[in-house]
Write a protein that binds this ligand. Structure first.
Ligand SMILES: NC(=O)c1ccc[n+]([C@@H]2O[C@H](COP(=O)([O-])OP(=O)(O)OC[C@H]3O[C@@H](n4cnc5c(N)ncnc54)[C@H](OP(=O)(O)O)[C@@H]3O)[C@@H](O)[C@H]2O)c1
Length: 372
C-alpha cells in the first residue's frame, strides 16, 4: 500500500513566522514503525521508563487521525505523573508526555476537522506525546497554525496558557500595575514576563541565586522583565526600597515555589492583593502570616490549567486565548523557553537533566529533524 507523507519545507517570513509548503512524496508501507517512551508502574522517572517499539497499522477507523509527532517538552507535570504525585493519572501502561505538536498524516473517513498537513496539539491532559506516531480520535486533538516555529506550538498549551489565564482571570489589572512572581525563570515565568510586557504591566521577578545570575537577569530583562532579583535580595531592606520606588505595590503575585519564597511574596503584596499558587517546586507548603490575612486582607487562590481547559472546551475564550498567544508568537513577542533538544532514544539523559535544579533550559524531545 502507498502511504502519502507531507514533508514541510521551511521558508522564513518577514514577520518572523515560518511558511510551510507541503511537498508530497510516497512511501511503500503496510504499517509504520513507532517508538514511545512508556511506563508500566509509577515511580522514579530515572528507573521506570522504557522505550517501546510498536507497529501502527495503516487502516484508520472513521473518526481516527494518524499524527506524526514533531516535538514534545518535558514539563514538571509529566514528571509528577510518572512519579504518581499528580492529581490526574493515566491508566497504565501509559505513554509519557502531555504536550507537544504533531503533523496530521492521514484521517479516517468521518474526520472533517483535520486534513493531512495540519498541525495538532493535544486537546487535553494525558495524550502521551513522547512518541513518534499516534493514532487518536479527533476529539482529542486541537488544530494549531503551522506558520509558527514548531517549538512554540509544542510548548504553548501548558505554560503560556497558564500565564495568560493567571494575568487575566484573578485581578483586573491596568496599565502600569505590578505583578510579582517567584520561579520567574521557569517556562511559565518567562511567559508571564512577555505577556505582561505586551499588556502594559510591570513585573518583579524573583529567582534563586546562581553563579550566572547577571546573565539570567539580562536574559529575562531582554524578554521584558522590569526587575529581576534573587530570593535573598527579595528578603532584604533593599527590596522594600525597590517597591517603594515604584508607583504602587504589586496587586498580583504568582507562586510556583511555596515555603519561605511564597511567604515572602505575600510581604510585598498590596492590601487586598491576590497570590495565585500554580506550582510547588520546593515541595514545601504555602505558609501565610495571620497579619497578612487580617490586616492586609490578602487573598490566596490557585490555578490549574488542565482543569480550566477541561471546563472551558466550548467557551469562545479558549479560542481567543490560543489566537492571542499565536499572534504574539508570530510577532516574536512570545518566545519559547530556551531549550535543549534530545532524540527519544536519549530519553534517560533527557529525563535526568530535566530533574536537575538550575537547569537553565527546557528539555525537549525532537522526533522530526525538519522541526529544528
Ligand atoms: N497549575 C498549573 O496549571 C500549571 C501549569 C504549568 C506549570 N505548572 C507548574 O509550574 C511549575 C513550573 O513549570 P515550568 O514548566 O514552567 O518549569 P520549568 O521551566 O521546568 O522550570 C522549573 C522552575 O522551578 C524552579 N525550581 C526547580 N526546583 C526548585 C526548588 N527546589 N525550589 C525552588 N525552585 C525550584 C526552577 O528554578 P531554578 O532555575 O532555580 O532551578 C525553575 O524556575 C511546575 O511546578 C509546574 O508543575 C502548573
Amino acid at each position: 500500500m502507498l502511504l502519502r507523507i507531507l514533508v514541510p519545507i521551511l521558508n522564513p517570513l518577514k514577520n518572523g513566522g515560518i511558511r510551510r509548503t507541503a511537498h508530497v512524496f510516497t512511501r511503500s508501507a503496510s504499517s509504520l514503525s513507532s517508538q514511545a517512551i512508556m511506563y508500566s508502574k509509577q515511580g522514579d522517572p530515572n528507573s521506570v521508563l522504557y522505550l517501546e517499539n510498536s507497529q501502527i497499522l495503516p487502516a484508520l477507523k472513521d473518526n481516527e487521525v494518524l499524527v506524526k509527532m514533531k516535538m514534545a517538552p518535558i514539563n514538571p507535570s509529566d514528571i509528577n505523573m510518572i512519579e504518581g504525585t499528580y492529581h490526574m493519572l493515566p491508566e497504565l501502561p501509559a505513554v509519557c508526555g502531555n504536550e507537544g505538536v504533531g503533523e496530521v498524516l492521514e484521517v479516517g473517513k468521518g474526520v472533517s476537522s483535520f486534513c493531512p498537513g495540519d498541525w495538532v496539539i493535544p486537546a487535553g491532559t494525558g495524550f502521551g506525546t513522547w512518541r513518534t506516531f499516534a493514532v487518536s480520535t479527533q476529539d482529542m486533538l486541537r488544530k494549531v497554525p503551522n506558520d509558527v516555529p514548531a517549538i512554540s506550538a509544542a510548548t504553548i498549551m501548558v505554560n503560556p496558557c497558564t500565564a495568560y489565564r493567571m494575568l487575566k482571570d484573578f485581578v483586573c489589572l491596568h496599565e502600569g500595575d505590578i505583578v510579582i512572581q517567584n520561579g520567574a525563570n521557569s517556562a511559565v515565568g518567562q511567559s508571564v514576563i512577555q505577556i505582561a510586557k505586551e499588556w502594559g504591566y510591570k513585573t518583579i521577578n524573583v529567582v534563586r541565586n546562581r553563579p550566572d545570575f547577571d546573565q539570567l537577569a539580562e536574559y529575562l530583562k531582554g524578554l521584558g522583565a522590569t526587575h529581576v532579583v534573587t530570593e535573598e535580595f527579595s528578603r532584604s531592606h533593599q527590596m522594600r526600597d525597590l517597591i517603594k520606588s515604584m508607583p504602587c505595590p504589586p496587586k498580583l503575585a504568582f507562586n510556583t515555589v511555596g515555603g519561605d519564597s511564597a511567604t515572602n511574596l505575600l510581604k510585598h503584596l498590596d492590601s487586598k492583593g491576590v497570590m495565585v499558587t500554580y506550582g510547588g517546586m520546593s515541595k514545601k507548603p504555602v505558609v501565610v502570616s495571620t497579619g497578612a490575612l487580617i490586616f492586609k486582607r490578602v487573598r490566596l487562590t490557585g490555578y490549574w490549567n488542565a482543569k480550566w481547559v477541561q471546563e472551558n472546551k466550548e467557551n469562545p475564550e479558549l479560542v481567543r486565548m490560543f489566537d492571542d498567544l499565536f499572534d504574539l508568537v508570530r510577532e516574536r513577542k512570545l518566545l519559547p523557553p530556551s531549550s535543549e533538544t534530545f532524540s527519544l532514544s536519549d530519553f534517560k539523559l533527557a529525563v535526568k537533566s530535566s530533574l536537575e535544579g538550575y537547569k537553565g533550559s527546557k528539555k525537549i524531545f525532537l522526533m522530526d529533524d525538519s522541526s529544528s
